[in-house]
Write a protein that binds this ligand. Sequence first.
Ligand SMILES: Nc1ncnc2c1ncn2[C@@H]1O[C@H](COP(=O)(O)OP(=O)(O)OP(=O)(O)O)[C@@H](O)[C@H]1O
Ligand SMILES: [Mg+2]
Length: 514
Amino acid sequence: MHRIYLRLIAIFVVIVTVVLTISGTYSQYKLSERLEMRDSQLRLSVLARLQISLPPALWNLDKSKVDSLLESEMIAPEVEEIRVYDADGSNLFSGKIRNAVGKIVNVNTNIPMEDSKVSASLAYTTPDTNNRNSENKAAIGHIEVKFSRAPINAVLSAELKHKILEILALDLILVVALSFSLRMVFVPLTQLRDSLNDLATHETEEVEELPENRRDEFGEVAGGFNRIQRKLKSTIENTRQAEDVARRASVSAEQALQNLRTAQNSLVQAERLASLGGLVAGVAHEINTPLGITLTGASTLQEATELIQTAMNTGNIKKSEMVRYLETAIESSRLILGNTHRAAELIQSFKQIAVDQTNEIKRPFNVKEYIEEVLMCLAPKLKKTKIQVSVNCATEIELNTYSGAFAQILTNLIMNALTHAYEVDDIGHIDINVQMLNSVLELSFCDDGKGIPAEYLGKIFDPFFTTKLGKGGSGLGLNIVYNLIAKQLDGSIIVESVLGKGTRFIIRIPCSRP
Ligand SMILES: Nc1ncnc2c1ncn2[C@@H]1O[C@H](COP(=O)(O)OP(=O)(O)OP(=O)(O)O)[C@@H](O)[C@H]1O
Ligand SMILES: [Mg+2]
């Protein structure tokens, strides 16, 4: 601010100085022109007067008169020296000069004057004695006058000094006047600048309002500034409140997300237990048959044994009765034994799957056998449909990984195929092909059902995406499959589907998990 202030003053001073210098130079030039003209007129008039007044006194050789005439001409300060020579031209008749202190004294030297002199001849006119009407002119001498330029130079230099003083005085007045008038502008401007700086660097509450008591434009500017400041304060206040609201919203959103994650985890857990529950139900149903047969066999054996016992007690037993009893006993024992084995087998498979489902442990297992165990557990469900499952897997393929996850993945894919790929009573085929390629197990799970529409293909692994909402679908099955493969088994899964032809999931998992 200070710099603009000084710059403005400097600009005005320079402009005024330049303008005054130009006009002063012009008037100086005009003055010198006038002085030069006056000087040349003076020269002419001095010479003319001397040519008229001197000849009679010179004719009469009246030196004192000549002297006094010369002195009177030397009153003009421009005349520095006058010499009068006689007709001979070499004898100085009279001469006057202004000495160093300005006094007029006689010239007492014959040394010729410098070149800057002006000369004029002197002639005396006498009446012609022969002719009354004409006159004779006789040359009686000449004058030499030296003029000085000192008075002109003095006037010019005095004028120059005067002009310089005038410019300096005007500059001074201008500086004082500008300082006063610019202060009127710059004081409120400085206040405004300070307030703007405060506004930029301090909290808005700490910035004081500008005084609005002036009735000029600055008063209006101060009013405008104060209004902007108040508006800014309220905007900042609103922003702060909005920030608070947003912060609170973000906290509660985070809380909601946390709750959602917890809910998701619970759902995943529930889904796991639900599929386990499904398996339990299936296995219980499956065990029911061998147990029923075992029960029937045991009752038949008991009845036959009681009959043979009664016969033995009465001592009335025939050989044929004994043979029939033994046949019944052998058949019943075979049935009981076979079906108990079957039940034990079922329980063993289920136990293994159930243990794997509940414990996340890594263990080596045979892939083909394990797939068949899972299918055995799902047999009750499969039996209700017309879907055939065929497994194509070499018997020696082994995996050393999380078997529970493997079982869960397979269960989900089979249940999805049964639920989504086919309508009730549809005839279908599910092909499970397994091969080992460079220590990576590739399992292709293929159904020939309805297929998945292209617009859903990118979403089926998202949590909660289901086309069976409200009909028992939660949309978590494939998301769990995806996470188990990616996170627990360190593998990958891709899906391809042709609408109306079927769906294929290709799973790749390393044969052994570190
Ligand atoms: N084999 C398939 N054939 C056709 N569509 C399928 C198949 N498998 C999955 N889908 C589609 O993918 C969707 C998502 O499957 P996902 O297993 O994640 O959920 P869901 O089976 O609907 O419900 P949940 O498994 O939680 O009970 C299904 O709703 C279905 O539309
Ligand atoms: Mg599912």
